[in-house]
Design a protein around this ligand. Structure first.
Ligand code: R5P
Length: 294
């Protein structure tokens, strides 16, 4: 078995390889002056089962192409099975046509990856797990919420209130609650499909004087977390933390979240960033070990 750390997740791939004591296959990677990606495997993969670690955070399209090229190179060079570990799976939120005339982006990505030679995929906190059932190869989702909640428990926030900023994130808040041991709840969120504008319905939670932690899968523009932080502050929460698995933090998201009253933003290294304080390497290495013994 070999690990190929892709250019978008080099550190994470190397960490995973170290944890499972697997050899890595270095790759030469460059971007041509016109923006096209180039990759070349610098090691042997003949008859090997390989795991490519490559996230697909912005710029998504380039990283998806790099992943496809690595898979193709691995197969052409004799790899017997190629598993893509895609910590953040781009386009997963477009899993249906919300408005007439739209494409179902994630289904196209799945078919492309299959065509590139990928035999199976592992991802982390995909927006809707059911989308993976439509993939033309086995695709597995794992959750990093336990690791994020443990980060806060270890910092002394056991008993904190876990808030899901919308109903879709309630499962995440429940997972966090199991580790933190406090209460949990969710907000009703509406997003205007044309403007992207977010509104949340007021709810009453007993968070007065308490620490409240907002758990979401993704922080993109920050609109969701800003709205949720404001609600918690209005309800009298003493401290508010903003937590997500995938910290995309587009534009001035970070500044707006902190201005809305959050003390700190914590994410994982599915998307490498300065808020990636929790690594998913132990989680993924556990899955690879299971996979090996299974
Ligand atoms: C949507 O349902 C997701 O779970 C996140 O809440 C959303 O993607 C976050 O986006 P933004 O940061 O732009 O509000």
């Amino acid at each position: 078995m070999k690990i190929i750390p892709g250019p978008a997740s080099k550190q994470l791939g190397e960490k995973i390889a170290e944890l499972i004591n697997a050899e890595t296959v270095p790759i030469i990677f460059k971007t041509f002056p016109d923006g096209e990606s180039y990759i070349r495997l610098e090691g042997e993969v003949q008859n090997q089962e390989v795991f490519i670690v490559q996230t697909t955070s912005p710029p998504q399209d380039a990283k998806i192409m790099q992943l496809a090229f690595i898979a193709d190179a691995a197969k052409r060079n004799g790899a017997k099975k190629v598993t893509a570990i895609v910590p953040y799976l781009a386009y997963a939120r477009q899993d249906k046509a919300f408005l007439q005339g739209e494409a179902i982006s994630i289904e196209i990505i799945a078919r492309m990856l299959k065509a590139a030679g990928i035999d199976s995929l592992i991802t982390v906190n995909v927006h809707q797990e059911k989308v993976l059932k439509k993939f033309p190869f086995p695709a597995k989702n794992v959750s990093a919420i336990r690791l994020l909640a443990e980060y806060f428990r270890n910092k002394g926030y056991a008993g904190a209130f876990a808030l899901a900023p919308d109903q879709g994130a309630m499962q995440i808040a429940e997972e966090a609650k199991k580790v933190l041991g406090g209460e949990c709840g969710y907000l009703e969120k509406q997003r205007d499909r044309y403007t992207g504008q977010i509104s949340v319905e007021k709810k009453t939670f007993d968070v007065r004087g308490k620490t409240a932690i907002i758990f979401d899968d993704i922080i993109s523009t920050g609109g969701t977390i800003v709205a949720a932080s404001k609600v918690l502050k209005e309800l009298g929460a003493q401290k508010v933390f903003a937590v997500c698995v995938h910290p995309l933090l587009i534009g001035d998201a970070e500044r707006r979240i902190l201005e809305a009253g959050a003390e700190e933003i914590v994410g994982t290294d599915t998307v490498p960033s300065h808020v990636s304080k929790v690594s998913i390497a132990p989680l993924i290495s556990g899955i690879i070990r299971e996979h090996k013994s299974g």
